[in-house]
Write a new protein. Structure first.
Length: 106
């Protein structure tokens, strides 16, 4: 089963050198266990483009969804159970020193 772990932040590129080393070590451990599918950081909400073309609206807006917190990165992981995925997400939160959100990857 695949799951997505979203990193929740309030600033873009806010990771300290120690946090970045911790994330790199966590990534290496996941890869060593065969649990890492993909991981990446993403730019802040202000760099996004919000597009709504439902029912032909064709609306394009600078920025993303409003709010103080946003997703600043993610992992896509492979886990045999939801319980294991929750443990990996907990370890991810510790590694990046941020809240994370876990969702099944459909």
């Amino acid at each position: 089963m695949r799951f997505m772990v979203f990193v929740i932040d309030t600033n873009s590129n806010s990771g300290s050198n120690a946090e970045l080393r911790s994330i790199d070590q966590f990534d290496a451990e996941l890869e060593g266990k065969g649990s890492l599918v993909m991981a990446a950081g993403i730019a802040g909400s202000s760099t996004g483009t919000l597009i709504d073309n439902r029912e032909g609206r064709n609306e394009v807006h600078d920025g993303s969804l409003n709010g103080e917190e946003f997703y600043s990165g993610f992992w896509i992981i492979e886990a045999s159970t939801e319980s294991l995925a929750k443990q990996i997400a907990s370890d991810a939160s510790k590694a990046c020193n941020r809240k994370v959100e876990l969702r099944p990857f459909l």
